[in-house]
Design a protein around this ligand. Structure first.
Ligand SMILES: Nc1nc2c(ncn2[C@@H]2O[C@H](COP(=O)(O)OP(=O)(O)OP(=O)(O)O)[C@@H](O)[C@H]2O)c(=O)[nH]1
Ligand SMILES: [Mg+2]
Length: 583
């Protein structure tokens, strides 16, 4: 791009006028001044001459870095091209704009200032002075000037936006700004500009430090779109879940925005106004990642990133990122990499550049991350190789299962929504030492342990094998299902299933449905299952009553408090008896 490009709408401008505009780039203002009267007058003159508003953007050294024809909104610097310093700083760029009709400061100019985190916005009200000389330039003078700048957010709003899981969807926190009374050019030029921006930045920093922000964590803004298919309660549940996913992935949720739409906008998912609101919120709160509650097409991601100016990822990427962080074993890493690559392959076009521009974090980590920029074909080759390895893993697990089956030991797999308490239950029943934690997807690799239960008929001790495995989630990403097929086969190959449900979770009933849906879609029909309600120590009596009525055959336990485990053993005996006899 030539250095003296004029931005905005240049239609109908004469070469001589363009030349005048380009000359603005040669102007230089003393570093500690907002503007000089001479510079302001010059802008006013050009603006009157072309009869259009003109904007000049200056850096802190007083150099003109951008000249545009149009309003601040029309000449705005694309967000992708702006430096991003986060909520505690300003962009180091100010805009001096002329305004030909003496209307009030329009909101759109102020919004542009907030979007770009400009140091300041100066609006010059220009009045054409009387007559136009024949053949000569019309002159105009600055009637009055306004100085606007951002002010720190009310810390209470920011604090409310802080705090991960407890966050509730809210209206976006509007940026706050202040506008000076009308000033003369002399007054404006005498202001110490450096004093102003340094003072402001100090306040921003103070507000920001008061928030106790962990700089290792990404600051995440979540966007939920409510389309027809979910009830308001179900929608809130999915929002809470995506917030928990972000939290698990290591991000701090700073805000949740939502929009109701009859259908998703094909280019940007949400409408234009909402995109702007997201961009503003991200700027105001210093968010560096926007997470959508649904899957996005590559084009949607590109459009959104261009308009919001921070990285945009979808729900699947967050889940894949958690898996990537969790994967410990070779098998786990292998499957996660495969899932990430399969997800990314169709999304590669043009993403690489934007990704490196916007930095790392959620959605970019994991065994697959360095492969991102390599060529599609190389990735395809890698996928083929990983698939081969997954097949080997599959064959290996198959042999293990075969051996167990030959020994005639019945197998039971614990399935359920993530965080239901599956690993805790395996530990409680078998003294295994599987990692159990209040995290989503704490377990990726299956663990199998022996368990002694009473025989349903004879009452004698019998041995079974109990397997704990990866948890399920609503709309489990397809690439994960595919990549984890070797692991999921532990489920389909088991003689019977324990479907464990966290009864203390508000969305427990939908979680039951989601798990059943995933089981239904498995290539091999799994064996018979019993529903086991866990965490009854934390479930309220009304929920317990509903569950008893809806699921009369279910077992009620607390794996953590070791309640109801003896009954569960008995019921496992009956289940195995039924499963083996109908095998
Ligand atoms: N109150 C209560 N908490 C429980 C109970 N059982 C498990 N938990 C807790 O629930 C959380 C999740 O337990 P995990 O055993 O890791 O759950 P999981 O189903 O294996 O989860 P993933 O492997 O992440 O899918 C942990 O914080 C447990 O301490 C219970 O009976 N009562
Ligand atoms: Mg687990």
């Amino acid at each position: 791009m030539p250095i003296e490009t004029i931005f905005g709408n240049l239609q109908g401008l004469k070469p001589s006028q363009l030349k005048q505009l380009r000359r603005l780039y040669h102007q230089r203002i003393p570093g500690d001044r907002i503007t000089t009267p001479e510079f302001a007058q010059r802008l006013a003159a050009v603006s009157t001459e072309i009869n259009k508003p003109v904007c000049a953007y200056l850096n802190r050294r007083g150099q003109v870095i951008r000249v545009g024809v149009g309003t601040p909104r029309q000449t705005q610097i694309p967000l992708m091209e702006l430096p991003r310093y986060g909520a505690e700083r300003l962009s180091g760029i100010r805009c001096i704009a002329t305004q030909l009709k003496s209307e009030a400061n329009s909101d759109s100019a102020l919004t542009s200032m907030a979007l770009q985190r400009l140091d300041a916005l100066v609006v010059l009200n220009v009045t054409a002075s009387g007559f136009k000389k024949r053949g000569g330039a019309a002159s105009g003078y600055v009637k009055e000037a306004y100085l606007a700048h951002l002010t720190p957010q009310d810390s209470r709003i920011l604090t409310a936006a802080q705090g991960g899981k407890n966050i509730t969807p809210s209206n976006y926190s509007a940026p706050s700004w202040s506008i000076s009374p009308p000033m003369s050019l002399d007054m404006l030029s005498k202001q110490d500009f450096m004093d102003l921006v340094e003072g402001l930045e100090e306040e921003f920093r103070r507000e920001y430090t008061a928030l106790d922000v962990d700089s290792d964590h990404e600051r995440v803004l979540i966007v939920g779109i409510m389309t027809g298919e979910l009830s308001p309660q179900e929608f809130q549940d999915t929002l809470a879940e995506i917030a928990q996913l972000v939290d698990t992935a290591g991000g701090d949720v700073v805000q949740m925005l939502q929009q109701k739409r009859s259908r998703v906008h094909p280019q940007t998912v949400v409408g234009e106004g909402k995109v702007q609101e997201i961009a503003l919120s991200a700027q105001t709160l210093g968010a560096n990642l926007v997470v959508f509650d649904r899957d996005l097409s590559p084009a949607q991601v590109r459009n959104l990133e261009a308009q919001i100016g921070v990285r945009v990822v979808d729900r699947t990427e967050v889940i894949l990122d958690i898996f990537a962080q969790r994967a410990q074993s070779g098998a786990g890493k292998l499957q996660v990499e495969l899932a990430q690559l399969e997800y990314m392959l169709p999304r590669l076009t043009g993403r690489g550049q934007a990704m490196s521009r916007l930095g790392g974090g959620i959605g970019t980590r994991g065994p697959g991350e360095t492969k991102l920029e390599t060529e599609r074909r190389a990735i395809q080759r890698r996928i083929t190789r990983l698939q081969k390895e997954v097949n080997q893993l599959h064959a290996h697990r198959e042999r293990l299962r075969q051996r167990r089956q030959n020994q005639g030991v019945p197998t039971v797999a614990i399935v359920g929504y993530t965080n239901a308490g599956k690993s805790t239950l395996l530990n409680a029943l078998t003294n295994a030492e599987v990692y159990a934690a209040d995290q989503l997807f704490a377990t990726l690799d299956p663990t199998t342990r022996r368990l002694i239960i009473p025989h349903a008929v004879t009452g004698e001790r019998q041995e079974i094998l109990l397997t704990d495995t990866v948890g399920f989630i609503h709309e489990l990403p397809a690439s994960l299902v595919d990549a984890f097929r070797a692991t999921l086969e532990e489920v389909t190959e088991a003689d019977a299933l324990v479907h464990l449900v966290d009864l203390s979770h508000p969305a427990w009933l939908n979680q039951v449905r989601s798990v059943r849906e995933i089981l239904r879609q498995m290539p091999v029909t799994p064996g018979p299952a019993i529903v086991v309600f866990n965490k009854i120590d934390e479930a309220d009596s009304q929920t317990l009553a509903i569950a008893r009525e809806e699921f009369p055959m279910a077992v009620f336990i607390s794996a953590d408090k070791r309640l109801g485990l003896e009954n569960l053993r008995q019921r496992l005996g009956q289940l195995i008896n039924y499963a083996v006899s109908s095998r």
